[in-house]
Design a protein around this ligand. Structure first.
Ligand code: ADP
Ligand code: MG
Length: 257
C-alpha cells in the first residue's frame, strides 16, 4: 500500500450510524499524519459536503464523475483543511441509483473514475444508507471497507446483511476487497453492545463536539483537537494505517506467486 492509492469505503446501509462523521474525522486525522486525502461524497443527502463547509461547489460533481464520466480533476474541491479535498455531492444524486441501472459496466463507474487519480494517498468513500448501486460502486472500487456500527441491539442484524453483500461483491466484482475495521460509534456506558467477540472493533465515544463540528464546516481535528473524540479518530487513523501496512506484504507475496 505504501506509495500507492488506497481506497477506503465507509459503509453501512443503516442511516445515522456515523458513516459521514467517520469519513470526515478519519480523513482529517490521516491528513494530520501527512497523507493527502480525497473524500468522495456518494450520498444524495450530501452531509459530508456540507459538513466540510462546501456550499458553492461546481454543479453536481460526483454525479458528473459517475454518471457523465467527467474527468475527476473537474470534480474535486479543496476544503478548509490543507491536504483534504472532496468530490462533493449534490441534488442530481437523488436520481443516480435509477439512472445507473441501464448503463454499461454500471458497477465499475467509480472504480474507472478513480483509476486516473495520482494526487492522493487515500480516498475515503462516504456511502449512502442503502445497499444499492452507489454502494456497490464503492465496494467494487475499494481496497477495504470500514463499517461504523452504532451501539444498539438491531445493529447486528444489519451487519449480517452488509457482510453478505461484501461477500457477493468479493466473489463477483472485486476479489481484492477486505473488511478492515468495524468501528463502534457513539459508545456510551448505558448502551454497551457486546461486540468484543469481533477483534476488528474500535470504539469512538459519544461526544457532543462531534455532533457540533459539521455546523461549523470543520472536522473534529480542527474544531476541537483536544477532545476525546478527536483523539479517538486519531487512534483509528493510526490503526487503519498499521493494518493497511500489515496487509501490504500479503498482496506483494500474492503478486510474486
Ligand atoms: P451516517 O452518515 O451514518 O448517516 P452521521 O455521521 O451523519 O451518520 O451521524 C449521525 C448523527 O450522529 C449526526 O448528527 C452526527 O453529528 C452524530 N454523531 C456521529 N458520531 C457521533 C459521536 N461519536 N458522538 C455524538 N454524535 C455523533
Ligand atoms: Mg452520512
Amino acid at each position: 500500500m505504501v506509495g500507492e492509492l488506497t481506497i477506503l469505503v465507509v459503509s453501512n446501509q443503516k442511516g445515522g450510524v456515523g458513516k459521514t462523521t467517520t469519513a470526515i474525522s478519519l480523513g482529517a486525522a490521516l491528513v494530520e499524519q501527512g497523507e493527502r486525502v480525497l473524500i468522495v461524497d456518494l450520498d444524495p443527502q450530501a452531509n459530508a459536503t456540507s459538513g466540510l463547509g462546501i456550499s458553492k461547489a461546481p454543479p453536481n460533481p460526483v454525479y458528473g464523475l459517475i454518471l457523465k464520466e467527467r474527468p475527476i480533476e473537474e470534480s474535486i474541491v479543496s476544503t478548509a483543511v490543507p491536504g483534504l479535498d472532496i468530490v462533493p455531492s449534490g441534488p442530481d444524486m437523488a436520481g443516480a441509483e435509477v439512472e445507473l441501472v441501464p448503463l454499461l459496466a454500471r458497477e465499475y463507474r467509480l472504480r474507472t473514475a478513480l483509476g486516473s487519480t495520482r494526487e492522493y494517498d487515500t480516498v475515503l468513500v462516504d456511502c449512502p444508507p442503502s445497499l444499492g448501486l452507489l454502494t456497490i460502486n464503492a465496494l467494487t472500487a475499494g481496497d477495504a471497507v470500514i463499517i461504523p456500527v452504532q451501539c444498539e441491539y438491531y445493529a447486528l442484524e444489519g451487519l449480517a446483511q452488509l457482510l453478505s453483500t461484501i461477500e457477493a461483491v468479493r466473489a463477483r466484482l472485486n476479489s481484492h476487497l477486505d473488511v478492515l475495521a468495524i468501528v463502534l460509534t457513539m459508545e456510551d456506558r448505558r448502551n454497551r453492545l457486546s461486540l468484543e467477540v469481533i477483534d476488528e472493533v474500535r470504539r469512538i465515544p459519544r461526544a457532543v463536539r462531534l455532533a457540533e463540528a459539521p455546523s461549523h464546516g470543520l472536522p473534529i481535528s480542527l474544531y476541537d483537537r483536544r477532545s476525546a473524540a478527536a483523539q479517538a479518530y486519531d487512534d483509528l487513523a493510526r490503526e487503519v494505517s498499521a493494518r493497511l501496512r500489515a496487509r501490504a506484504p500479503i498482496a506483494l507475496g500474492g503478486a510474486i506467486a
